[in-house]
Design a protein around this ligand. Structure first.
Ligand SMILES: Nc1nc2c(ncn2[C@@H]2O[C@H](COP(=O)(O)OP(=O)(O)OP(=O)(O)O)[C@@H](O)[C@H]2O)c(=O)[nH]1
Ligand SMILES: [Mg+2]
Length: 328
C-alpha cells in the first residue's frame, strides 16, 4: 500500500504524518491533499464551541463513546487557543482524550494556535479533509469562544454545538446577537450543578424572540441539558447531532454549507498566497521596491496602493474577456 492508500484505509500513523506535514505547509503534502479533494465531503463535521471551562472536552469524550457504540468512527480536532507550553487545559485534554484513543477507529489531534505557517485555519481545514478521506464518519472540532477565534467554526462545521453552563447568564446577554445564527444545538452542560434551568430559560427567551418568522422547514436549535458527571442528556445530544445532519441533507443545506466553507477556504489560501508572493517579489524587484518606498514616504496611501493593484487585476480580466469575445 502506498501512502495515500494507507490514509484512505485509516492507518493512524499515516494520517498523523500527513496532518503534521500539511501543518508545516510541505508542498508534497499539499499536493496529496489536493489529489483527493474530489473524494472529500462524506464526513459529518461537528463544531463544539463555547466559553472556556464549560466542559467541551469532557463532552467530546462522552460523544466519542456514544458514536463508537453506534459503530461510527470518530475524528477529533481540538483547537486550543493557548500555547502548548503554558496551557494546562491542553495537557488535561490530552490526558482525558488519550484514554479513548487505544481504539483504532478514533483519531485525536490537538492544534496549538501558534506556529502555523499559513494559518491555523488552513491546517484545521486540511486536517478535517484528511480525517474525512481516512473514513471517519464524524469529525468533532473543539474551539473556544464564539466568533472570536481564528477559526470560523460556523463556516467549517455542518453542525455547531454551543456549550454553556449554569451561571452563564451574563455571557449569554453579550452573545445574544450572534447566538442563533451559529448554534444548531444549544447545550447547557454541568446540569448536575444548580442554575441549569435558569440558563435554559434564558436561552428559550432568545430563541422565542428569534423564532417569530420561522416556518416548519426551519431548524429550531434544541436546548439540551447535559452532565458528563451523571451522563444526563448525553444520549439526547447524540441523537440531536445525528438528526441535524439528516435535516441539513434533506433540505439541501449540506451542499450550501460546503460551498460556503470552500469559498472561505479559497479566500484564505488566496490572500495568504498573495502576501507570500508579494513579499518574495519585493526582495528582488526594484520597481516594486520603489513603489513600496512611496507608501512608506507618505506619498502613496495604502488604500490607493491597494486600489491600483485591484485595477490592474480588473484590467487584465477585461483584456482576457475581450480576447475571448474576439475568438468566438
Ligand atoms: N460538575 C461538572 N463538571 C464538569 C462537567 N463537565 C466538565 N466538568 C468539569 O469542568 C472542567 C472543565 O472541563 P473541560 O472539559 O476541560 O472544559 P472545556 O470547555 O473543554 O475547557 P477549555 O478547553 O479549557 O475551554 C473540568 O474540571 C471538568 O471536570 C459536568 O457535566 N459537571
Ligand atoms: Mg477543552
Amino acid at each position: 500500500m502506498n501512502f495515500v492508500e494507507k490514509i484512505k484505509a485509516g492507518d493512524v500513523y499515516s494520517v498523523a504524518r500527513l496532518i503534521t506535514l500539511v501543518e508545516r505547509r510541505e508542498p508534497e503534502a499539499i499536493k496529496t491533499v489536493k489529489g483527493f479533494y474530489s473524494q472529500c465531503g462524506r464526513a459529518h463535521l461537528v463544531g463544539i464551541t463555547g466559553p472556556p471551562g464549560v466542559g467541551k472536552s469532557c463532552l467530546v469524550a462522552s460523544l466519542i463513546q456514544r458514536f463508537r457504540l453506534k459503530g461510527m468512527s470518530v475524528g477529533v480536532l481540538a483547537v486550543d487557543p493557548t500555547s502548548p507550553f503554558t496551557g494546562g487545559a491542553l495537557l488535561g485534554d490530552r490526558a482525558r482524550m488519550t484514554e479513548l484513543s487505544e481504539d483504532k477507529e478514533v483519531f485525536i489531534r490537538s492544534f496549538a494556535s501558534r506556529g502555523h505557517t499559513g494559518g491555523l485555519s488552513a491546517a484545521v481545514n486540511d486536517a478535517a479533509d484528511i480525517l474525512d478521506i481516512s473514513g471517519k464518519d464524524v469529525v468533532l472540532i473543539e474551539t473556544v469562544g464564539v466568533g472570536q477565534g481564528e477559526i470560523d467554526i460556523a463556516r467549517l462545521a455542518h453542525t455547531v454545538l454551543l456549550v454553556l453552563m449554569p451561571g452563564y447568564g451574563d455571557t449569554l446577554q453579550a452573545m445574544k446577537a450572534g447566538i442563533m445564527e451559529i448554534a444548531d444545538i444549544m447545550v447547557v452542560n454541568k446540569a448536575d450543578k444548580p442554575g441549569g434551568d435558569e440558563t435554559v430559560a434564558e436561552l428559550l427567551t432568545v430563541q422565542n424572540f428569534q423564532c417569530v418568522h420561522q416556518n416548519s422547514d426551519t431548524w429550531v436549535a434544541p436546548i439540551i441539558k447535559t452532565s458528563t458527571v451523571t451522563q444526563e442528556g448525553l444520549d439526547d445530544l447524540t441523537e440531536a447531532i445525528l438528526k441535524h445532519f439528516q435535516f441539513i441533507k434533506q433540505q439541501n443545506i449540506f451542499a450550501e454549507k460546503n460551498r460556503k466553507r470552500r469559498v472561505e477556504q479559497f479566500l484564505n489560501i488566496f490572500t495568504q498566497r498573495m502576501r507570500d508572493e508579494f513579499m518574495e517579489e519585493l526582495k528582488t524587484d526594484q520597481a516594486l521596491q520603489g513603489w513600496v518606498d512611496k507608501i512608506g514616504a507618505f506619498e502613496l496611501h495604502p488604500y490607493s496602493a491597494a486600489e491600483q493593484v485591484i485595477s490592474l487585476v480588473k484590467e487584465a480580466r477585461e483584456g482576457r474577456k475581450k480576447v475571448r469575445r474576439q475568438n468566438n
